[in-house]
Write a protein that binds this ligand. Sequence first.
Ligand code: NAD
Length: 258
Amino acid sequence: MSIIEKFKLTGKKAYVTGGARGIGKNIATALAEAGADVAIVDLDLDEAQKVATSIQEATGAQAIAVQADVTKANDVNHMIDQIVTQFGTIDIAFNNAGICINAPAEEMTLEQWKQVIDINLTGVFLTSQAAGKVMIKQGSGSIINTASMSAHIVNFPQPQVSYNASKAGVIQLSKSLAVEWAKKGVRVNTISPGYIGTELTLNSPDLQPLIKEWESVSPLGRIGKPEELQAIAVYLAGDASSFTTGSDFVIDGAFTSI
Ligand code: NAD
């Protein structure tokens, strides 16, 4: 198989959580452009449906919208059932839904702490586990979980104790699954993006001064664009990355190198 063929995802079945906007939407689009059918999973069904429709129109891939809260085991099991019923199987699981709450550690409430850990870490566990069961049965699959450069560094001065801890957890969770499932044909990797300009970050007036600050210290002099994560997603999803498992990919324009 040529290297070009190895990057193609023709016939593969994928889902992306948090796919209704931002990074997830861009990754779902890339997987479809590379040939996969994709399920856009999100809390926000209306927005997920819009993304699915536009992907289907633009790429000709089959794209469906599925509503699920990744913190709820019942929702996750139902989501996996819906996708398997529609597509027949799951080859690519992109567990990307996540949130951030900024609060000084000494003031963070238990509720705030749990909300971040539930979505960012427990949600990744539940979705990886449910997709992993399907993949183990078929003897193949690629799981990609979205961590963050905040798993590696502390973004001083932002107080993000729960976010940083949750994202470090995502990496070690993924490495553990990679080892447990290596001989079962299931690969598990993480991506760790640096600052990426999504609708959320770019449209928030509060974040504008911070974005200027991030750009001023970034070696590339700018934050990243969501489409700059598309190539690593397509690589990790398909046969091109057959020997890659248990790895983390920091895509941050050298921010964590300084
Ligand atoms: P975003 O807020 O634009 O999109 C996140 C999506 O996740 C939303 O559509 C939201 O509805 C969905 N979501 C939230 N909670 C959910 C739940 N419980 N169940 C299902 N869906 C849920 O965020 P983004 O900037 O695109 O970030 C996506 C991922 O990338 C997150 O895990 C985030 O931590 C990570 N990340 C983002 C950046 C960045 O700079 N934007 C950097 C590093 C890592």
